[in-house]
Design a protein around this ligand. Sequence first.
Ligand code: ADP
Length: 274
Amino acid sequence: MENKNINPVSGVKQIIAIASGKGGVGKSTTSVNIAFALNNLGKKVGLLDADVYGPSIPKMVGLSGKPDTSKDGKKIIPKEKFGIQTMSIGFLIDEDTPMIWRGPMVMSAVKQLLYEVEWKEIDILVLDLPPGTGDTQLTLAQQVPISGSVIVSTPQDIALLDVKKGINMFHKVDIPVYGIIENMSYFICPNCSEKSEIFANGGAKATAEEYNIDFLGEIPINSKIREYADKGEILVNKNEKNEFKNLYTDIARKLILKLEENISIKSPEIKFVD
Ligand code: ADP
């Protein structure tokens, strides 16, 4: 890790942070499907829901209840689904209790979720960050040993402005941006198969080009993706043929390559937006 002051996370080899400029773009849905796709590709995967403002991962992976603690009482044991070790603040707080999180509280909660959990032999920990690119996310990125990051965005302009802020944020703390994923990229009508670009299309690709970072793929808007997330079932683990499985698996494969190369794709020509 470049920053020598950051402590490694016991039991975890590498961390990929999944970020977004704002909430509701499908960051958690993407994190879940990528985590399971990485697992299907033979990696030992952990999934940490650091979105303390709205922890949705327990519901999306169909896990609930309080986690166990280790025999010495010092660490929390992550919950498992298909071999993926999962941890979320959602396991620890009451779903109906409104939580008001201020920056320092978010930091200490996320650090506890990382360092006080008994992760076992994890190759890749998928870290679903809180939405946004403010001070909280910046401090987090500075204090956690992240190998690389991925930014999820919808294709329209406003969301893309936030992407640019996200890219700048990771560059400030010297974390490579492995690429951008465009979610809700297009819609294929189930009746007539016509493709509609509801939120426009291609914006994320253009931004990736502009910043000289990789475009990792586009995921359509589809009710199946939402339905599986709502049911707590894992879309990429379904035997039935579905195009989404291939899309998420392709992205997961690219991320494995990035981690193996461990190359910084930061461009010297990067332009900063204020
Ligand atoms: P975020 O983590 O960015 O706040 P979520 O992953 O919670 O966003 O997704 C917000 C909502 O959009 C959820 O109801 C989810 O099921 C839905 N969703 C996400 N991606 C897609 C997609 N590609 N197609 C259809 N629905 C999606």
